[in-house]
Design a protein around this ligand. Sequence first.
Ligand code: GRF
Length: 218
Amino acid sequence: MAKRRVAILISGRGSNMTALIEAASAKDFPAGIVLVISNIANAGGLASASAAGIETATVESKPFGKDREAFERKLHDTLVAHNIELVCLAGFLRLLTPWFVKQWDGRMLNIHPALLPAYKGLHTHERALADGVKIHGATVHFVVPEMDSGPIVIQGAVAVRDDDTPETLARRVLGVEHRIYQDALRLVASGGTRIENGICRTDASGSPDDMLIVPAII
Ligand code: GRF
C-alpha cells in the first residue's frame, strides 16, 4: 500500500520531527514524511530535514501579524499543493484558528509534553514539579480548536524523581515523545484509530498489566 503523505509543521529545533523522519524511512512504515514547513525562518529543524533529504518550506507567520487566517490560508495552500494527507505538529508555536483545524479535522496530530488533560499550555515540567506529581509524561492527540485538547491517541509516562529539575525531567519526557509520536503516526496512518464521541479508540492491544508506581516502595 502507498505510504500516506505526511507534512510536519515546526517552529524550532525539531527533535520530534527528526524522530518521525527516521521512523518513517523504514520500508514498512505506513507514512512518509514528504514535507517539513516552518513558520520561523531558519528554524533549526529545517537544516536537519534538508540533511535527511526532505523537502522544506518556510511560511513565515510574522508578516501576517494578527491576520491568522491569511497566514493559515498560505499554509493550507502549501499543504494542498503537496497532496498532503496527514499533518503532524511538532513544536509548532502557533495557535490555529477553527477554520484551519476544520480543514484538517481528523487528519492533524499534535504532541504535548504532559499527560493531558493535565498541564495544558506552556511550562508543563515546571508546573508538574511545583505540584509534586510522581508521574509525568507526554501525549499525542488529534487537534481540535481548543488548545491541547482533542482525542488522545497515545500517552507515555515517566517517573518523577525528587531531584528532578525542569531540564532533567524535560529530557526524559522528550525520550518518551520521540517514541510515542512515531507509534501514534503508525497507528493513525494505517487506519488503526477511530473517533467515537470525541474519544479515540485504537486497534492496538497495549500492555494492560503494566504498572508504573512512583515511588517504588521496596
Ligand atoms: C516538544 O516538547 C513538544 O512536546 C512540544 O514542543 C517541543 C518541541 O521540541 N510541543 P522539538 O522541536 O520536537 O525538539
